[in-house]
Ligand binder design. Structure first.
Ligand code: KIV
Length: 271
């Protein structure tokens, strides 16, 4: 039972209602307690514990190396900071592709050990049976189509996907299948804006775009990219809201100077 002092949690149903009411959904990635707390208190609708942690937290070139154990650790940290928003956790590469039993076991681990509210996985028709299996256990699933980074070695590049008719047709059919399977939202990554518009208009569940233009029902960015921590990554779709790399580097240089010159700590900063 909830009391009036408790914060009302955003749920998958809230997102459905937001789409129906034409209200845009804001989503960011988060991987730890401190940032999750700031983003949650700032009013973000959804936090994604993305397998992009493999890149931005662990320094790997791709999302493939991150393990289910590592995703559980990141998700446990995020959930402690997120009191109001919906928290979605990526199933990492290798934790769901083999079959529905393995996919369900991975999703159950995430839900049981982290307290997160939903999982996300990549792919279309090829993962629909696993999606149905996970949803039948009561676990909400967010889908992810277009540029799916776990398939980077199949694609060969991080270029825009579904520019050709055949791939666009498969994406539209996958989106329909995933909605029919019961997914509560679909991430559309790096596809033409007009294709994302068509998919968004044809689905009743919300689409969340990253590099998919303004017609999606919501937008997601990787926190390190939008905060300018990761300054080497500057794709056209990215809006960088801060240059934290410069801010942090400046602060650290200042601290080093203060330590070397014996300016820090002062008497007032001592016991
Ligand atoms: O892992 C991630 O950060 C993602 C977003 C790019 C959608 O999947």
């Amino acid at each position: 039972m909830s009391t009036s002092s408790e914060v009302k949690r955003i749920t998958t149903h809230t997102l459905q209602k937001m789409k129906a009411a034409g209200k845009k959904i804001s989503m960011l990635t988060a991987y730890d307690f401190s940032f999750a707390k700031i983003f949650d208190e700032a009013g973000i609708d959804v936090l994604l514990v993305g397998d992009s942690a493999s890149n931005v937290m662990a320094g790997h070139e791709t999302t493939l190396p991150i393990t289910l154990d590592q995703m559980v650790y990141h998700a446990q940290s995020v959930i402690r900071g997120a009191k109001r928003c919906l928290v979605v956790v990526d199933l990492p590469f290798g934790s769901y592709q083999s079959n529905g039993d393995i996919a369900l076991a991975s999703a159950i681990r995430i839900m049981k050990e982290t307290g997160a509210h939903a999982i996300k996985l990549e792919g279309g028709a090829e993962v629909v049976d696993s999606v149905k299996r996970i949803i039948s256990a009561g676990i909400p699933v967010m889908a992810h189509l277009g540029l799916t980074p776990q398939s980077i070695y199949k694609f060969g590049t991080y270029n825009v996907r579904a520019k050709e008719e055949a791939e666009a047709a498969k994406l539209k059919s996958d989106a329909r299948l995933l909605e029919e399977a019961g997914c509560f939202a679909v991430v559309l990554e790096k596809i033409p804006a007009l294709l994302a518009k068509e998919v968004s208009e044809n689905l009743t569940v919300p689409t969340i775009g990253i590099g998919a233009g303004k017609y999606c029902d919501g937008q997601v960015l990787v926190m390190h990219d939008m905060l300018g921590i990761n300054i080497e990554f500057k794709p056209r779709f990215l809006r960088q809201y801060l240059n934290l790399y410069e801010e942090i580097s400046g602060a650290v240089k200042h601290y080093i100077e203060d330590v070397k010159s014996n300016d820090f700590p002062s008497d007032a900063e001592s016991y």
